[in-house]
Design a protein around this ligand. Structure first.
Ligand SMILES: *Cc1c(COP(=O)(O)O)cnc(C)c1O
Length: 390
């Protein structure tokens, strides 16, 4: 079966009720047929559910689908994307370890590395995606992990995964490469194909895709996931059965939704680029993107996010956002509805002006998470708002 078919056909074994869709398993714990079965499952001699903090049929079905898409051996599901990202560090690192992270990463991940982990003796160095050699220069004998997002938020810079994995694995085979693949989704980009060790996700974004639930997932090599499993069993950031049930259903339509997000986003990017009021547009599959060739190679399509700089700075950006009528202002992304965000005053407000500029955020930057609406309605709303801004 093809991978998009497997997303639809992967299903928890049917019960004697012959249900068509997977039922919701709202049960905190599971029973054993006899004492010997309980012993064998606890001893890892036999697979089986014990307690929903460890596993549940709904979370297992969800994880199986992500493993299938990412080409991973094993995975774990979490209550949110940040719980997943946190566990991908905390479950594998110890005091004295060092992380090299690309500068343009999600705000809360930045806080984890900058503020929280140093309390526990885990240090970090940030590097710029634009200077590949800086990455190698930042590696120390204590470096245990490299963390990155590609494309980055909201600057949409790419990291060349083939180059990174080849270079790092050749000289430092013990370093774990950890990629947050939330923006692209495994439908568009498969980091493990290049040699990435673990992939983390916020399932809250495109995996749900309809703005309803929080969720996170980490997939990767079996030994690493097993090591993380110990951490999560005893710290408890598990995904709820309800969220897993909903997210697994959502994955059935992920390829369809991503195709539409991407085709709508490409048109939005082209129209914005043609406007005299726009200084710059960033979209991976736009020929003007500085890494266009890499984007064509690494991403099946350009994704659902377009970031542009409107002429006239913050004032114009504010006017444009307020002039939108169908498109709503929110800090979320990856929704069926088109969303506009002003990163400099919201998601990235805590950074200094120079920190923002180093990751491609300017006072006039606007991020559009392009939704699934009819493209004519999206373009009309943008054109009208641009008119009102001029
Ligand atoms: C949203 C997001 C997260 C955090 O996910 P939550 O589900 O909100 O906890 C992490 N990384 C990226 C790239 C995100 O966009």
């Amino acid at each position: 079966m093809n991978s998009d078919t497997k997303l639809i056909r992967t299903q928890t074994a049917r019960s004697h009720n012959r249900e068509h869709a997977t039922p919701l398993y709202l049960t905190s714990s599971f029973i054993f047929d006899d004492a010997e079965q309980g012993r064998a499952i606890f001893a890892d001699e036999m697979e089986g559910n014990i307690y929903s903090r460890y596993s549940n049929p709904n979370t297992t079905e969800f994880i199986d689908k992500i493993c299938e898409m990412e080409g991973a051996e094993a995975g774990l599901a979490f209550s949110s994307g940040m719980a997943a990202v946190f566990a991908s560090f905390a479950g594998l690192l110890k005091s004295g370890d060092h992380v090299v992270a690309y500068r343009a990463i999600f705000g809360s991940t930045h806080q984890l590395l900058t503020t929280l982990f140093p309390r526990w003796g885990i240090s970090n160095t940030y590097v710029d995606a634009a200077t590949p050699d800086a990455l190698l220069a930042a590696i120390t004998p204590a470096t245990k992990m490299i963390f990155l997002e590609t494309p980055s938020n909201p600057g949409l810079e790419l990291v060349d995964l083939a180059w990174l994995c080849k270079t790092v694995k050749q000289h430092y085979p013990h370093i774990i490469i950890n990629v947050d693949n939330c923006f692209a989704t495994p439908y568009l980009q498969k980091p493990m194909d290049y040699g990435v060790d673990i992939v983390s996700h916020s399932a809250t974004k495109y995996m749900d895709g309809q703005g309803r639930v929080l969720g996170g997932v980490v997939v990767g090599k079996k030994e690493l996931i097993k090591e993380m499993m110990f951490f999560i069993r005893h710290t408890g950031p598990a995904m709820s059965a309800f969220n897993a049930w909903l997210l697994s259903k959502s994955l059935e339509t992920l390829p369809l939704r991503m195709d539409r997000h991407c085709s709508n986003a490409l048109k939005v990017a082209q129209v914005l680029e043609a406007s005299k009021q726009v200084e710059q547009v960033r979209y991976p599959h736009l020929p003007s993107h500085p890494q266009y060739q890499l984007a064509l190679k690494q991403m099946k399509q350009g994704g659902g996010i377009v970031t542009f700089i409107i002429k006239g700075g913050f004032d114009s950006a504010k006017k444009f956002m307020d002039a939108l009528s169908m498109i709503l202002i929110s800090s979320n992304l990856g929704d069926s509805r088109t969303i506009a965000t002003h990163p400099a005053s919201t998601t990235h407000a805590k950074l200094s002006e120079s920190e923002r500029q180093s990751i491609g955020i300017f006072p006039g930057s606007i991020r559009i998470s392009v939704g699934l609406e009819n493209i004519d309605d999206i373009l009309n709303d943008i054109a009208t708002a641009l008119q009102k801004t001029s």
